[in-house]
Design a protein around this ligand. Structure first.
Ligand code: AHR
Length: 516
């Protein structure tokens, strides 16, 4: 995060605030020293054959009474398009290391039916396979990140899948793809080799996986312009030992090493914690756990600094998000959970962390896009509701491919509960692709507002407009009956002496565009 450091130029005096008063916070953004570009792929999504994440939530099939386009739900696709989803990872997750790609091509009524042994032992019809997935990413306008099978597959199967997707000319696999309805090669932007190979992907050691990675990656071959960027699977909860092993011993082609870390409020305890109806201790614990992502990325970045000083490998945080106890009454292995205002703050804090590490973190995929874990959208039959996480992804669209700017929060104010303490205010800033200055702000304190003054070095602000996401309760959430309980509202900011002054309500996320 070296690029983010610059001297504090604002002198601020903090007085102890009376209960109910707003905390005074001074922020300095250094527009004169732009940092790296925030890869839009850090706003990526993840879709796995898990619960109703694909079947029912996204895919209903062309014959369904639910309005659809070639089987994909129109309502869900329409909502997701507003997020400018840059990238979708598929088919897993743990499911990827059991997936036989040939089961998912050809006429759907002749595809083999299997058991999804990872996720509840339910029937997997293979109705969604390679062609359907590429139709999904086309509908969304996203890039494809296909995750290959290193667990139960072979290097040959991986090689053939990549050839099937990317080859043209006289290749028999390219001709098979054409017979199956797609003469033109698919564009595979990223291809992953294995998933959580320390666990569900094969219980391997880092060294064993590194050797396997080299083996499999050697046979991922395609025309130069069609060659996907390859991603190596990383260690448990961002275990630095895996990053170390991979970055030292990868001999084949690789673009990034992955890192997974989930926010679990009850980490270490018997239960993960409830998605709603929680107390302030669980509010604090979730946000604290979310902020731990910064420590994990920093540790991995530091290790790469030693093993890969030339910056050959990026970090791909290709699974992140909240993981609670499943919604009571649902199939536990479907990982269904409600999504509240707390999730919106968790998401925004992650964005700020990814922005701060934009020089190494080139991708992040929230788990998962629909109905599973920290979802954008929840469905029930024909009904759909947008979650607070959806809204925060939409608010942060201007940060996709924006240039990060250094930010300093003077005095580093804290929100404290008992022995736990985290930054009360988190701020990120960037210059968007359209040249506009964008600010993202989070107030983690559920009780106290923050009056934030923002000075932008080298810029005299003349306007600041934006939106804020907040609610009366920490666990406020949207339901099919009340779909807009948590929705963004316009945020009034004023300008004084070229500075932006904005009041952040307690427990809120805000995004402001600054006019110069
Ligand atoms: O996202 C759910 C699961 O979490 C994924 O399949 C696995 O990679 C991780 O443990």
């Amino acid at each position: 995060m070296k690029w983010m450091c610059f001297p504090v130029v604002a002198a601020v005096i903090f007085a102890a605030a009376p209960v109910g008063a707003a905390r005074q916070v001074e922020v300095v953004v250094d527009a004169a020293h732009p940092g790296p570009v925030i890869n839009k792929n850090v706003y990526g999504q993840f879709v796995e054959h898990l619960g109703t994440g694909v079947y029912g939530g996204l895919w209903v099939g062309p014959e369904s009474p639910v309005p659809n386009t070639r089987g994909w739900r129109n309502d869900v696709i329409g909502a997701l398009k507003a997020l400018h989803v840059p990238l979708v990872r598929w088919p897993g997750g743990c499911f990827a290391d059991d997936y036989a790609w040939r089961d998912g091509i050809g006429p759907r009524d002749r595809r083999p039916v299997k058991i999804n042994t990872n996720w509840g032992g339910v029937t997997e019809t293979n109705a969604v396979g390679t062609h359907e997935f590429f139709d999904l990413v086309d509908l969304l306008g996203a890039d494809a990140y296909v995750n290959g099978n290193v667990g139960t597959g072979s290097a040959g199967e991986v090689a053939e899948w990549v050839e099937y997707m990317t080859a043209d000319g006289p290749s028999a696999l390219a001709r098979l793809r054409a017979t199956n309805g797609h003469p033109a090669p698919f564009k595979v932007a990223f291809f992953g080799l294995g998933n959580e190979s320390w666990g569900c992907g094969g219980n391997m050691t880092s060294r064993h996986y590194t050797d396997l990675y080299n083996h499999y990656a050697t046979f991922v071959r395609a025309r130069k312009e069609a060659m996907p960027a390859l991603i190596a699977a990383g260690g448990l909860d961002g275990d630095v030992a895996w990053t170390d092993s991979l970055s030292r011993h990868i001999r084949a082609n690789a673009s990034a090493i992955s890192l997974h870390y989930y926010t679990v409020p009850g980490r270490g305890g018997k239960a993960k914690g409830a998605a709603t109806g929680f107390g302030e201790d669980q509010w604090m614990s979730a946000l604290q756990d979310a902020l731990h992502m910064n420590d994990l990325i920093a540790a991995n970045v530091a290790r790469l600094g030693a093993t890969d000083p030339g910056g050959k490998y990026r970090l791909a945080v290709d699974e992140w998000g909240t993981w609670y106890d499943p919604t009571p009454g649902t199939i536990p292995r479907f990982l269904q959970q409600q999504n509240s205002l707390r999730d919106a703050l968790v998401a925004a804090l992650h964005f700020h962390i990814f922005h701060a590490h934009a020089d190494r973190v080139s991708m992040a995929n929230i788990a998962q896009m629909v109905n599973v874990l920290q979802a954008m959208v929840l469905t029930d039959g024909e009904r759909m509701v947008l979650t607070p996480t959806y809204h925060v992804f939409k608010m942060y669209v201007p940060f996709q491919d924006a240039t990060a700017l250094p930010v300093q929060v003077a005095g580093a104010p804290r929100y404290t509960l008992g022995a736990a303490s985290i930054p009360a205010v988190s701020v990120t800033a960037a210059r968007g692709k359209d040249g506009r200055l964008e600010l993202g702000l989070v107030n983690t304190d559920p009780h106290e507002a923050a009056d934030v003054g923002v000075a932008v070095v080298g810029v005299r602000a003349v306007s600041a407009t934006g939106s804020v996401l907040t609610a009366a309760a920490m666990d406020a959430h949207n339901t099919f009956a009340v779909p807009d309980a948590v929705a963004p509202a316009p945020l009034a900011a004023r300008i004084a002496d070229g500075r932006v002054i904005v009041r952040l309500p307690p427990k809120s996320v805000a995004v402001l565009a600054i006019g110069e």
